[in-house]
Design a protein around this ligand. Structure first.
Ligand code: PLP
Length: 397
């Protein structure tokens, strides 16, 4: 029988422009190593190595048993929306937030997608200070929008430069997205910078999208956040989630908080995309918001790991800004390697240390690599040994 050829309509061209994630490439190679029984030091993924606190799991089980297995209201169960608003007011008493301004999402990932979809459209532009989490560079492409990358300066620890960011704004700009504490640099924005950005956005009539997913993992600077500065009608869309603070990456729950017009737009999109977030997971998140001691323990654990690894790497010659938050280092590639891609390839193939090349975090950061220090102490120590061991070989070229 003759084979039949099926004609199909072309697929969305934007999906073809999507670059495969550089993190995924390293993750696939790392998985192959593990499958082959080779050692692996997993410094590549931003994945807490600890389990979700038992009380949160118990709350999910109780919610299942209580029959919370049906669709939830689109924007989230009212108790959780209110608890998120209350949590923000507890941390920042002046925060002008009420439950109606909260939308519960499938991770911070979906909250960011909603923020981009609500603000961008073909021909418009998103201004992105780099280095940044790669999704900010990719998702707008699907919407036919342009991304304007603005590189922050390494000699200032990649601190957000409000003037540089605002001077990149054009008539086509609809939004700026910032991440504080920053993945990958660990920089935490100052209150003055955040206020300057909000004022600048207000003057120019554009949105500021602020991703604070690492807010609870802060080491050096006093806990700052955009809510210390926000005024009731600021053009702000705030994004956060439960993945990092509560070791809940696999539960897929986060949220956005914004001005009512933005929340209405995001809720319409969210309704079309996912209807609502898994109902019993929302009940578990409600429990998580009560667990302040567990979050403090999470912060201490990562601070311990930072103190364990950073001085050793610096003493050996690695050059990086000391992170004030998050769980990443963003060092310069040592001499002798072409760039971050080359270094990451060699470190994985020859030493089993999985790192992410700097190119993933913006076009101007090819001379860097990202190291995540969220893995267990023994892996962290051995991986650090290997990074240090690699240096003399590198120096010889
Ligand atoms: N934003 C940043 C800066 C991240 O690093 C990550 C995950 O690594 C996310 C958002 C996604 O978080 P979630 O797991 O809540 O979707």
């Amino acid at each position: 029988m003759e084979p039949r050829t099926t004609r199909a309509a072309p697929l969305n061209a934007a999906t073809q422009r999507f670059k495969p994630s550089g993190i995924r490439r390293i993750a696939d190679l790392a998985t192959k190593r593990l499958a082959a029984g080779q050692p692996l030091y997993p410094f590549h993924l931003g994945e807490p190595d600890v389990d979700t606190p038992a009380a949160i799991k118990a709350a999910a089980v109780a919610a299942l048993e209580a029959g919370h297995v049906h669709y939830a209201p689109n924007a989230g169960i009212p108790a959780l929306r209110e608890a998120i608003a209350k949590d923000l007011r507890r941390r920042y008493p002046q925060a002008p937030v009420v439950g109606d301004q909260v939308i519960v999402s499938v991770g911070a990932c979906e909250a960011l997608t909603l923020a981009f979809m609500a603000t961008l459209e073909p021909g418009t532009e998103l201004v992105v200070p780099t280095p940044c989490w790669p999704n900010y560079l990719q998702t707008p492409i699907l919407l036919g929008a342009r991304v304007k990358q603005v590189a922050m300066r390494a000699n200032y620890g990649f601190a957000l430069d409000a003037d540089a960011i605002l001077s990149a704004v054009t008539d086509a700009t609809r939004a700026i997205v910032i991440n504080t504490p920053n993945n990958p640099s660990g920089n935490v924005a100052s209150a003055a910078t955040l206020r300057r950005l909000l004022d600048g956005a207000r003057e120019r009539g554009i949105w500021v999208i602020v991703d604070e997913i690492y807010r609870d993992l802060v080491y050096a600077a006093p806990a700052q956040g955009v809510w210390t500065e926000a005024l009731p009608d600021d053009p702000l869309i705030y994004v956060n989630g439960f993945s990092k603070s509560y070791a809940m990456t696999g539960w897929r729950i986060g949220y956005a908080v914004g001005r009512p017009d933005a929340v209405t737009a995001m809720t319409r999109i969210h309704q079309a995309l996912v209807t609502s977030v898994t109902t019993f997971v929302q009940h578990a998140a409600l429990c998580a918001l009560e667990l302040h001691d567990e979050v403090a323990a999470m912060q201490r654990r990562y601070q311990g790991r930072l103190e364990r690894i950073a001085p050793r790497l610096r003493a050996a010659g690695y050059d990086f800004p000391m992170p004030a938050g998050g769980f990443y280092l963003f060092p310069r590639v040592p001499a002798g390697y072409r760039d971050g891609d080359h270094f990451a390839d060699v470190m994985l193939a020859e030493y089993g240390v999985a790192l992410v090349p700097g190119s993933v975090f913006g076009e101007m950061h090819t001379d860097r690599f990202r190291l995540c220090f969220s893995c267990a102490d023994d892996l962290l120590d051995r991986g650090t040994d290997l990074l240090i061991q690699a240096l003399p070989i590198v120096a010889k070229g």
